[in-house]
Design a protein. Structure first.
Length: 209
């Protein structure tokens, strides 16, 4: 299924449509773990994987993506797979490791119209570190589009087991014609995401023209 950005925007808790935001040349794309998985303290994932705000349960990267949008505008896009990940840690971690070992590109269920994608100059790209690397659904996302000339600004969560270097190098490898700001990436420990609002907003604002 392909969505134009006027048809597909991520709400805080669902995938309902939203009006376009300011700075429509900015895309905030993110992959977040299933929100009912308790991964606190597990190195294979980002650590504590949820944030509760105003009684809503948000995935870590969903929360950071929404905070970025609140700071600078832009359009939100959630990377989703056709085959959902399991609702428990063991099944998700096992699948993630197998996909990484096999360099699998999972089929995605959400897409951006290529003409809409062409209009973005800057992509904030969010993900949890999985097995010291970039989650393979993000591989699928990066390879789906022509990202030539675009600037990719990564942000990620971790559980202290990785500095994100493998993930950042992987982004540069999969999007060789884009400018990837690996040295400017935002790294947040999973257990600290809930208290990161000001840090995230200050970081995102640095890249505004």
């Amino acid at each position: 299924m392909i969505f134009t950005m006027s048809e597909y925007f991520v709400n805080a808790a669902d995938t309902s449509a939203k009006e376009e935001n300011e700075n429509s040349n900015i895309l905030i794309a993110y992959f977040t773990v299933p929100e009912d998985i308790d991964t606190n303290g597990i190195d294979a994932d980002s650590g504590a994987s949820v944030v509760v705000k105003d009684e809503e349960v948000l995935g870590n990267m969903e929360y950071v993506a929404l905070t970025i949008q609140d700071a600078i505008g832009g359009d939100l896009f959630r990377i989703l797979t056709e085959e959902p990940y399991g609702d428990d840690f063991d099944s998700t971690a096992s699948r993630a490791q197998t996909e990484l070992n096999n360099e699998t590109r999972p089929a995605l269920s959400t897409h951006i119209d290529p003409e809409i994608m062409a209009g973005y100059d800057v992509i904030y790209l969010g993900f949890p570190v999985w097995w010291y690397d970039l989650p393979t659904p993000v591989w699928s996302f990066l390879e789906e589009y022509d990202l030539s000339g675009k600037t990719i600004i990564p942000f990620f969560s971790h559980n202290g087991s990785s500095n994100g270097a493998n993930s950042l190098n992987r982004i540069a490898e999969l999007a060789p014609e884009a400018t990837v700001l690996t040295n400017e990436a935002l790294s947040i420990r999973g257990s600290s995401v809930a208290g990161s609002e000001q840090q995230v907003k200050e970081w995102a604002a640095k890249f505004e023209n």
